[in-house]
Write a protein that binds this ligand. Sequence first.
Ligand SMILES: NC(=O)c1ccc[n+]([C@@H]2O[C@H](COP(=O)([O-])OP(=O)(O)OC[C@H]3O[C@@H](n4cnc5c(N)ncnc54)[C@H](OP(=O)(O)O)[C@@H]3O)[C@@H](O)[C@H]2O)c1
Length: 308
Amino acid sequence: MTYTPPADLSCPRIATRAGGLELSRIVAGMWRMAEWNMSVEQRVALIEQCIALGVTSFDHADIYGGYGVEGLFGEALRARPALRDRIELVSKCGIKLLSSKRPQHAIQHYDTTAAHIVASAEESLRQLHTDRLDLLLIHRPDPLMDFDEIAEAFGALRKTGKVLHFGVSNFSRHQFESLNRRIALATNQVEFSPLCTAPMFDQTFDGMQDLAIAPMVWSPLGGGRLFTSNDTNAENLRLVVKEIADRIGQPFASVVFAWIMQLPSRPIPLTGSGRIEAIAVAVAGAGFTLERNDWFRILRASRGHEVA
Ligand SMILES: NC(=O)c1ccc[n+]([C@@H]2O[C@H](COP(=O)([O-])OP(=O)(O)OC[C@H]3O[C@@H](n4cnc5c(N)ncnc54)[C@H](OP(=O)(O)O)[C@@H]3O)[C@@H](O)[C@H]2O)c1
């Protein structure tokens, strides 16, 4: 069934920390953009449709699409330069993939040296056809990372105006707090969904709530597995979400996005679809909250047992 969003649907905004970076409450994830096979005009249209919905923040990484997605998005910005000032650009660095575009990489590995962070950010600027990133994240915690060196690299990028805000992704609470003590971080982007609830129980979200810094959430629909998985747990979860969605008259995915955003740490979900209807469904999830009973029904289905 296709979803017709209400004409007045509009995405709210959120500051990741008091006085800090402002993003749209739903962020459009671009990881899969290379699979969408869109022409430049179609990419421009998608960005414009997102902006019209109030979804102004776009999530990238240097490595998305085998080092190709930033360039695809950059082509759209080159075609419509005026779009740049109406959006926030997020990117990431720190993973070195084996790729024909990086023949010098002999093994897949992490690199969080200052030299690599600065070089990667500068390459993201070139690819995205922009003079600044609104937010740069360290993509994954690196066993060889030196918090002081990362903070120094972030400071240097800020000084030159090439990057306005900084954060991390997939960091533990301790790793986040260690770097945040050295330089104020805007977010920790982690995997979270009814199929992946770890951040709710391993202190990640509690720590963020305590610091009043909003996490970002990737794969909020389990990378699509919420719709497709034959796993018994996922099938049961699907039934429970569907029952609630039908009863309250909201789309299935809106219920999942609402369930996520209801957490007091204020998670900011990323969408993964190139379909504007799917992005609108996520935005609709910002417009209502679930009854506590229904919130816990989804938690019970996701874990397969009652709370104690
Ligand atoms: N920091 C990190 O380490 C990290 C890792 C992974 C991803 N990310 C970021 O998070 C973003 C979102 O991740 P994700 O793509 O895994 O998100 P997701 O929303 O969990 O999954 C997206 C998938 O769900 C499908 N889907 C969405 N709505 C659907 C519906 N109503 N019915 C059926 N299928 C539906 C999409 O298919 P359609 O395309 O057909 O709609 C797409 O294949 C990425 O774009 C990226 O920016 C970050």
